[in-house]
Design a protein around this ligand. Structure first.
Ligand code: ATP
Length: 602
């Protein structure tokens, strides 16, 4: 097929703002396109050589490379190309103009271009596409010159209009305004199927070139029979957002599954025999960033082939507590992945199962997918199912939301469980509703809290304490009310001395002056005071500080608390009081109100 057919269509599309018209124009092109090369035409329209998730090289020409190729192909200086670009603002127009003003036969071949053949013949789509593949594949020493020569060769053979689109493709900017949706509409019309069928196929095999070819060669039935395939990413199902528990449950129907919304990176984990591939939310292959997750998946997924989804979350290596998303970003910035793994360990919390050994589960309701997940995952602390509850009750949902926030999560994802709760690949719908806070605040002042209990450590902290249970003082009742568990911020020396330091105060029961709903591993007499700061104050269904003051049955806690130092100068009854914590919380609320009034984002 001649490339001019494609270029002419692109010219029309550029001048057609209506999506319907665009689809009709594309359908005309598809009808003329031979089956063997329809994938290439589709990729060209998308402005890509292949889907990103294949992890194949990019063109790598850069603006300078394109400039040079235009200069070579048209026999003008790079300076002239640059000057023209300043005037026209588009390298596509630059090359078109230069080619129109200099007919092909007058173009002198530079000695640099030795070997490139210039013939008076028409380009085909195959030649254009295959040359771009060669450009992308040219790697290593001397590859820059090779890439430029290849592009220049193509431009020399092209008609002015063709050259315009070749250059725009090279730049990664076709400027057509034709999205995947329009291409899918056109494919549906051309091959007598529906947009839904094409879209469903695309969602489970996000490669529109492949879909087009399959449709052209084998027809609609082939698309309908398509199943997820390990190794090929599935476009992720997404959630709508709401902020009222009652409304959320109305949307999902009841009972619904409420799960922690972990604050990490979404991961679609594919197992194909011994091979593990991890795709990101944007379908990039991120396997090499997570050798630890690869090992876990190999060991913990009990199926020959499977596709599961979950969130990779950074944790505090000492306490096992979740860390904010930024920690994961720190990990990504480190050059040495094995160093990064040690410094920023992660866990995986799984929430869906899309395929197991030949079974397409995307068409099954969520309870069935969850059952499969339970069945095939051999759970351990690092690799297990997302924490969730099944509920009908808005109040229970609200409390679970507070628990999620306090645990370092972003909120909840509430999911429908009815018979139509299939996995809607690529769709943002009301089968999943995310419940996040609208606004966040910051804790600016540290507080002094009393150590009343402790929890045994794990990992590096085995044999010592992993976290301390700390409390504020309530002078009205002369009791100590728990605020949070502090596990972060300790130096190795702090940690090493913890058991010895706390031993004198150890008691075999909860102290009568301590008001705690949490069962600590070890209890202490209220004696030692620590200075603590956190990300923010937050409502808590499990801590007793200020319980019922802001909302019935709910206390105030600190999110992501960090140890700063011991306060030997303070006695336990001089610690921060519950009233002070309440006032800090109310000040925080006020700040949030002001932010809201100013329309600032969370
Ligand atoms: P956001 O920026 O709010 O995470 P998003 O557009 O990336 O939004 P949404 O589908 O709107 O994605 O929100 C759900 C996201 O939350 C998922 O993409 C996933 O990364 C994350 N997540 C964390 N825990 C869960 C869970 N239990 N179930 C589903 N998604 C979860």
């Amino acid at each position: 097929m001649l490339f001019s057919e494609v270029a002419n269509t692109l010219e029309i599309l550029e001048k057609t703002p209506s999506k319907i018209q665009q689809a009709a124009t594309l359908a005309m092109l598809f009808r003329k396109t031979p089956k063997e090369c329809i994938d290439k035409v589709v990729y060209f329209l998308q402005g890509i050589l292949w889907p990103d998730w294949k992890g194949l090289p990019e063109l790598g020409l850069g603006e300078k490379g394109i400039q040079k190729a235009i200069a070579l192909a048209t026999g003008v200086s790079e300076l002239e190309v640059e000057k023209l670009y300043k005037a026209l603002g588009d390298y596509g127009k630059v090359v078109e103009k230069l080619k129109l003003s200099k007919p092909r036969k007058t173009m002198g071949l530079l000695s640099f271009m030795k070997g490139a053949q210039v013939q008076q013949r028409k380009l085909t789509i195959d030649e254009v596409y295959n040359t771009f593949v060669k450009i992308a594949m040219a790697q290593g020493e001397g590859s820059r010159d090779t890439k430029i020569k290849l592009l220049a060769g193509l431009l020399m053979e092209a008609e002015p209009r063709e050259a315009k689109y070749i250059v725009r493709f090279a730049e990664g900017r076709l400027r057509l305004g034709v999205g995947d949706a329009t291409i899918m509409d056109a494919l549906a019309v051309t091959f007598k199927t529906t947009r839904d069928v094409v879209e469903r196929a695309y969602n489970i095999h996000p490669d529109l070139g492949y879909i087009a070819k399959l449709l052209a060669e084998k027809g609609e039935a082939a698309l309908k029979e398509m199943k997820p395939q390990p190794g090929i990413p599935i476009r992720p199902m997404l959630a709508e957002r709401a902020s009222d528990p009652r409304e959320i449950l109305e949307k999902t129907g009841t009972p619904a599954l409420a799960e922690f919304k972990y604050d990490g990176e979404r991961a679609q984990i594919h197992k194909r025999g011994d091979e593990i591939i991890i795709f990101s939310r944007r379908l990039e292959n991120i396997t090499s960033q997570y050798p630890d997750v690869v090992e876990l998946a190999k060991k913990r997924i009990r199926a020959r082939e499977a596709i599961v989804e979950g969130e990779i979350v950074a944790i505090d290596p000492n306490t096992g507590d979740f860390r904010p998303f930024q920690e994961l970003m720190h990990r990504k910035r480190k050059k040495d992945i094995y160093e990064a793994m040690k410094e920023y360990p992660v866990v995986v919390r799984l929430f869906d199962c899309l395929y197991v050994d030949g079974n397409d589960l995307t068409v099954k309701p969520l309870p069935e997918r969850r059952e499969w997940l339970q069945k095939i995952i051999d759970e351990c602390f690092e690799f297990k199912l997302a924490e969730g509850i099944v509920t009908k009750d808005p109040r229970e949902l609200e409390n679970f939301f507070l628990k999620a926030i306090e645990s370092g999560c972003e909120g909840l994802v509430v999911k429908a469980l009815h018979k139509d709760s299939i996995y809607q690949a690529g769709v943002r719908g009301w089968l999943w509703v995310k419940y996040k806070r609208d606004y966040k605040s910051e804790m600016t002042d540290a507080v002094d809290l009393v150590v009343v209990g402790a929890f045994y450590g794990r990992g590096k902290r085995a044999g010592s304490y992993g976290a301390l249970l700390v409390a504020a003082y309530d002078p009205d009742t002369d009791t100590f009310k728990t605020v949070c568990k502090v596990g972060s911020g300790f130096t190795d020396e702090d940690l090493a001395e913890l058991p010895k330091k706390l031993e004198p105060y150890r008691i075999p029961y909860k102290h009568p002056k301590v008001d705690s709903e949490i069962q600590a591993d070890v209890w202490f007499e209220p004696a030692l005071v620590v200075e603590v700061i956190g990300a923010e104050l937050t409502l808590s269904p499990i801590h007793t500080c200020c319980k019922g003051w802001v909302k019935p049955g709910v206390g105030i806690s600190i999110r992501f608390p960090r140890f700063i130092r011991w306060r030997p100068d303070k006695s336990p009854r001089e610690a921060t009081t519950t009233k002070e914590i309440y006032e800090m919380y109310m000040r925080q609320l006020k700040k949030i109100e002001t932010k809201k009034a100013r329309g600032e984002e969370a």
